[in-house]
Ligand binder design. Structure first.
Ligand code: PEP
Length: 251
């Protein structure tokens, strides 16, 4: 059965000290909560090893926000999947729209990153989603399908089964404008159908598909109540333990 997951994406926020405090606060809150989902915080590279030391990995998972598309070597400033895994992290966000948009990450590059993440036993949280223009011109199903096909459909069924997907309509990220729960459900059901066509119903049914885009405590419950929405990837609301926990407990 697929898992319900709430994952935080801290992006380029918090100093190391602030990040450690935030991780400790989330970890502390989880000690007394009985969440009906797995929880992961995806933090800047600089924070990974230190955060790993202050959280209880039985209740809180740890992920990076990116990794390199090369194994190792002369790639100044890059951080490899093996380096990420060596910190204790178990997850990595790949294909976030900000990486695609600002850093030119293509389907090919992302394919390499996914392969390297899997080779290092990291769970990719693979982001897909259309921009506003594509929502408005009606091409959004084709766009999302192409993103999945372009980076993931050369994987074996076994490896595809290790991927977590995050549908993040770009027009809803950081804008305060959330997709409605019906819009999210419509896309998530479509994505599950695309997976079923390629890998079969069992793989599709076992794939966790998270929603991301201005998810907050006030709208999380309605989104998570939809049958094909298996949790959330949370940006802004993950930067405070209280709001993040408000989403975690929405299940
Ligand atoms: C994100 O960037 O992954 C995200 C969902 O951001 P926000 O929640 O701030 O819209």
């Amino acid at each position: 059965m697929r898992k319900n997951i709430v994952a935080g994406n801290w992006k380029m926020n918090t100093t190391l000290q602030e990040g450690i405090k935030l991780a400790e606060d989330v970890n502390e809150a989880l000690k007394t909560a009985t969440p009906k989902c797995d929880i992961v915080i995806c933090v800047p590279f600089t924070h990974l090893a230190s955060v790993n030391n202050v959280i209880d990995k039985n209740i809180l998972g740890l992920g990076a926000e990116n990794c390199a598309d090369h194994v190792k070597g002369a790639y100044t400033g890059e951080v490899s999947a093996a380096m990420v895994a060596s910190t204790g992290a178990t997850h990595v966000i790949l294909g976030h729209s900000e990486r695609r948009q600002y850093y030119g990450e293509t389907a090919e590059i992302l394919k390499e990153k996914v392969n390297l993440a899997l080779a290092n036993n990291l769970t990719p949280i693979f982001c897909i989603g259309e921009v506003l223009e594509q929502r408005e011109d009606g091409s959004y199903f084709d766009v999302v399908k192409a993103q999945i096909e372009g980076s993931l459909f050369e994987l074996s069924a076994e490896d595809f089964g290790k991927i977590v997907l995050a549908y993040e309509p770009v027009w809803a990220i950081g804008t305060g404008k959330t997709a409605t729960d019906d819009q999210a459900e419509e896309m998530h059901a479509f994505i599950r159908g695309v997976i079923a066509d390629k890998y079969g119903k069992e793989v599709a049914d076992n794939t966790s598909i998270l929603y991301g885009g201005s998810c907050k405590p006030s709208n999380a419950a309605a989104l998570f109540a939809k049958p094909n929405v298996d949790g959330g990837l949370i940006g802004g609301a993950a930067l405070e333990a209280e709001s993040f926990m408000g989403i975690v407990t929405a299940f």
